[in-house]
Design a protein around this ligand. Sequence first.
Ligand SMILES: Nc1ncnc2c1ncn2[C@@H]1O[C@H](COP(=O)(O)OP(=O)(O)OP(=O)(O)O)[C@@H](O)[C@H]1O
Ligand SMILES: [Mg+2]
Length: 282
Amino acid sequence: MVTEQENQEKIARMQQDVDIVKRMDRIKYKIAVMSGKGGVGKSTVSVNIAAAFAKKGYKTGIMDADIHGPNVPKMFGVEGKTLIFDKEGILPVETENGIKVMSISFLLSSQDVPIIWRGPAQTGAVKQFLGEINWGDLDVLIIDNPPGTGDIPLTILQTLPSLDGVVIVTTPQSVVQEDVVKSINLVKSLNIPIIGIIENMSGFICPHCENEIFIFGKDSGPKIAEEMDIPFLGKLPLDMKTSEASDIGNPIVIKEPESEISKKISDIVNKIEKTIKKEASP
Ligand SMILES: Nc1ncnc2c1ncn2[C@@H]1O[C@H](COP(=O)(O)OP(=O)(O)OP(=O)(O)O)[C@@H](O)[C@H]1O
Ligand SMILES: [Mg+2]
């Protein structure tokens, strides 16, 4: 027999799903950034894609879904901000450029305390997040995922209604390839469109001899794209100024819009824009 408590829990879960649909209905395009591998640049790419969309005039938000290593607030220079709760939900923090940022780290008392949540608690936290954040009306929401194909990316992919697609990030290193293919297969198995794959940390221009050095190897991104039959969005070089810009909370596309890497990011964002607009039109 179903107990009263079980009934109440079921109703609460259904209400949460309704809340998520209502919130997400007010966001035109939703893009998840993923990779089967850690440290390949998902957060760097997410932050810069969000900043590039904002520069194009899109009302933009970014959700940091990485509960173990939430880096997005730092990369946007808004870490340590306190959240405002009102009767409409939780208000995201806004950057100087008007980008709305939400991260589990805003709920933590100290950035140095690790979160120990088991699978179901992680799923619950992400769903609560999705249902309670009052983004208002947005044109684009970028969701930065933790590495891998675990509970959080899976919950995002399964729960978000009308996700426009996934951007996959890889590096040229061959050991990364296997894990990245796994994440592509997960997205495909859920019938969610893959917008394309970005090869990050692809080549480095030596400041002394100006030759390009391929620290992590070469061309694994285009190879994965071809083998998995997904679009290739472009290569981003290893660039010291990019990591420095993230560290000071000012994404490279805002800090140095004329740099080579910023232009490459803009090209990638133009491709993403084309894809999501095409998919959205009847
Ligand atoms: N193109 C790049 N050039 C130079 N440094 C980069 C580049 N992309 C990322 N980095 C640096 O590499 C490190 C890892 O990047 P980032 O945190 O974006 O990866 P991630 O995939 O989000 O990692 P995690 O799996 O931990 O979430 C950071 O120090 C970041 O500044
Ligand atoms: Mg990250």
